[in-house]
Design a protein. Structure first.
Length: 77
């Protein structure tokens, strides 16, 4: 079953790029939506100090940085 995830991030964020790369290594079981927080004041206030953040669309649970491949696998179970 493919998991639907959102990645809260912004451009020119090296940690966000790293998080994206980690998630894309698992691309066969993940559908990823990238959400840029820069243009939304509410999202910016909520995530600006926490990005990158992964969110499961089914449960709305979040995985805050720092995370690695094993953390993502556990998050998806």
């Amino acid at each position: 079953m493919i998991k639907q995830l959102s990645l809260y991030s912004t451009s020119h964020c090296h940690l966000c790029e790293l998080a994206y790369s980690l998630v894309m290594e698992m691309a066969n079981c993940i559908a990823l939506e990238i959400i840029d927080i820069a243009d939304d004041e509410t999202l910016l206030a909520q995530y600006e100090l926490r990005i990158p953040v992964l969110q499961r669309k089914d449960t709305k649970t979040e995985l805050n940085w720092p995370f690695g491949e094993k953390d993502i696998q556990k998050f998806l179970k």
